[in-house]
Design a protein around this ligand. Structure first.
Ligand SMILES: C[S@@+](CC[C@H](N)C(=O)[O-])C[C@H]1O[C@@H](n2cnc3c(N)ncnc32)[C@H](O)[C@@H]1O
Ligand code: SF4
Length: 300
């Protein structure tokens, strides 16, 4: 365990399980997405952490002698910090933890609006090599409904900026986000966004509501859409089949193995597209050859 005083809860991408989680802000600066309760508790109000405190923590890690190969900057969107502050943090990591080979962070597309490609390149050269972007959807109607505050175009701009700076991108898309009515356009436009952006990594999660779906469903009632309902397992598989069929990726590592998924899918797209589509089709056909997670095995 790293000797740090976290303001809990702390979230990180599943692939960062071995990394040092360095909390450089508390909470999320946006905190409005209607599906997300991750930073909604009283103690998680957004606040950047003071640089002196961050430095003390980095020094205490260095002194602990614990192996630290990778660092993840928490919380919800550390990339909202100004360029100068991010540079300071990365320089401190380089100074005290010179063995660190990769720093990563969650990133909202709008976090990059005030940062140039040259600045991002400088951050990458200081070790910040991977951005996790919760695009959630490529469909503007869905994005408006979930109050992401982003659009197809703003997401694409950010993903292109990341690429031009030589950083890697890992995108999250949420299955089930548009309910049954918007399922098809959600899948088609999410695939379209990914095809234009060609991210390095793509993962899909199933939208889940551990604290209840009222807040999320309320937005649907303010439109001419039918009331929201969660997709059934079969509908989720059908949405996944549309997404995968529409994806035209060259070399993206695809993962649909987060605990929220019923069906575990992994591969490299496009190489493994036919195999993955076939697996989903078999799951739709209720083939017993395809293992499906039970409800109790799922989580967020
Ligand atoms: C901790 S959030 C931080 C992401 C970052 N703020 C962003 O928006 O890009 C990480 C991801 O968890 C996923 N997530 C959050 N709430 C969820 C929910 N209720 N169900 C499923 N996935 C959820 C979303 O894909 C989100 O982008
Ligand atoms: S999904 Fe990301 S931007 Fe939206 S509220 Fe959650 S942490 Fe904030």
């Amino acid at each position: 365990m790293y000797p740090l005083n976290y303001i809990e809860p702390v979230f990180r991408p599943p692939s960062e399980w071995k990394s040092l989680i360095l909390q450089v802000t508390n909470g999320c600066s946006w905190n409005k997405c209607t599906f997300c309760d991750m930073y909604s508790s009283e103690n998680k109000k957004f606040k950047p952490k003071k640089i002196d405190l961050i430095e003390q923590e980095i020094i205490s890690i260095a002194q602990s002698g614990l192996p630290t190969g990778r660092v993840f900057l928490a919380d919800g969107d550390a990339m909202m910090l100004p360029f100068k502050r991010l540079k300071e943090i990365l320089a401190l990591i380089k100074l005290h933890l010179p063995q660190v080979s990769r720093v990563s962070s969650y990133c909202l597309p709008r976090n990059l609006g005030n940062k140039t490609v040259e600045q991002l390149t400088e951050l990458r050269e200081l070790g910040l090599k991977l951005m996790y972007i919760g695009c959630e959807s490529g469909d503007n109607e869905v994005l408006a409904l979930i109050e992401k505050g982003e659009t197809y175009q703003s997401s694409l701009l950010a993903l292109n900026k990341i690429k031009r700076a030589g950083m890697k991108s890992s995108v999250m898309i949420l299955n089930g986000l548009g309910g049954p009515e918007l399922s098809h356009q959600h899948a088609v436009n999410s695939a379209k966004l990914m095809n234009e952006a060609q991210p390095d990594f793509l993962s899909t999660l199933v939208v889940s509501f551990p604290l209840g779906e009222e807040r999320f469903a309320e937005k649907f009632t303010q439109t001419s859409l039918k009331a929201f309902r969660q997709l059934t397992q079969q509908e989720l598989f059908s949405e996944m089949a549309v997404l995968l069929s529409e994806l035209d990726l060259e070399k993206t590592i695809f993962r649909s193995d987060h605990a929220s998924n019923y069906l575990v899918l992994k591969g490299v797209l496009g190489k493994d597209k036919a195999r993955l589509v076939n697996t989903v089709q078999m799951a739709i056909g209720k083939s017993t050859a395809i293992p499906i997670r039970q409800e109790w095995q799922r989580g967020l």
